[in-house]
Write a protein that binds this ligand. Structure first.
Ligand code: F6P
Length: 320
């Protein structure tokens, strides 16, 4: 049994990270285990921005987006010297295990730290991209998809009023999950994702044909990894001759009060992570599979690429 653990958030923030940290903290305290919060991701570990937490430190945060611990993408931690310094700072405080909430880059850093130092580490998938291998869900992905959906409903009103094509760019540098799920749920006619090639000329031909048959407006959702709305918009306008506008949601989709699903899932994952690390388990990530919490090997999680469900790609085409 470990007697002292730390928790941190890392990489891009996502709604529900606070609920996860709260659950880790309160579960550990409930077990009589000391909990430390590391501020600003791996930066805080290196700069000794580490504080012991009590239950009240995680009060009033479950409803907040972002992460009260702060987060960062840390270059120094990518070096062996940086990781050794981070490890030393933890050991100096008697910290025996670490819970890292973050996306694949952050979990990769955690995996290397654990391999190099033997520090027990448990990961939780926290990213709006929903691209952590082995889990059908990542903390924040539900809220982000709903934020996009809200934007689509609004864009639909104005697109319909003007009979326009609107191209909405959403996040997803390497993963089309957000674009695909929000696109299907929002009734987008076209969804472009990095996982699938597309032919813009063909798309424009079919847009023109649909307008000729009486279609009033078209919504296209494009994941940033599949193209820029600012570049696609003018091409579409030129090729179709249809009035086209573009919109980029940007970091709006990273923030906001977490949905019930993100709060609940993050709480469940946080409890599992705390109990696992306290009991001495290491090198695992907790995620969801068919609605159940499952543990995934950390090494596998960071060394495999999650595929976009082909059923979703198929469905998006049938319903368009
Ligand atoms: O959190 C992952 C992600 O949402 C990517 O989809 C996006 O490209 C990236 O964050 C942008 O994040 P930042 O502005 O923090 O670099």
């Amino acid at each position: 049994m470990l007697k002292s653990i730390a928790v941190m958030t890392s990489g891009g923030d996502s709604p529900g990270m606070n609920a996860a940290v709260r659950a880790v903290t309160r579960t550990a305290l409930h077990q009589g285990v000391k909990v430390w919060g590391i501020k600003g991701g791996y930066h805080g570990m290196l700069d000794e921005d580490i504080f012991e937490m009590q239950s009240k430190d995680v009060s009033d945060i479950i409803q907040r987006g972002g992460t009260f611990l702060g987060t960062a993408r840390c270059k120094r931690f990518t070096t062996p010297e940086g990781r050794m310094l981070g490890y030393k700072n933890l050991v100096d405080r008697g910290i025996q295990g670490l819970v890292v909430v973050g996306g694949d880059g952050s979990l990769r850093g955690a995996s290397t730290l654990s391999q190099e130092t033997g520090l027990p580490i448990v990961g939780l998938p926290g990213t709006i991209d929903n691209d952590v291998w082995g889990s059908e869900y990542t903390i924040g992905s539900d809220t982000a998809a709903n934020t996009i959906l809200d934007a689509m409903n609004k864009l639909r009103d104005t697109a319909s009023a003007h009979r326009r094509i609107i191209v909405l760019e959403v996040m997803g540098r390497n993963s089309g999950w957000l674009a695909m799920v929000a696109g299907i749920s929002g009734g987008a006619e076209y969804i472009l994702v990095p996982e699938e090639e597309y032919d813009i000329s063909q798309i424009c031909d079919s847009m023109k044909a649909e307008y000729e048959k009486g279609k009033r407006y078209i919504l296209m959702v494009v994941a940033e990894g599949a193209g820029k709305a600012s570049e696609l918009g003018p091409i579409i306008a030129e090729k179709t001759g249809i009035d086209t506008r573009v919109s980029k949601l940007g970091h709006i989709q990273r923030g906001g009060s977490p949905s019930a699903i993100d709060r609940l899932n993050a709480s469940r994952l946080g409890e599992h992570a705390a109990l696992a690390i306290i009991s001495g388990l290491s090198d695992i990530v907790f995620g969801f599979n068919r609605g159940h919490v499952v543990s995934i090997n950390l090494h596998d999680a960071v060394n495999n690429k999650k595929q976009l469900d082909p059923q979703l790609i198929r469905l998006s085409k049938v319903l368009a």
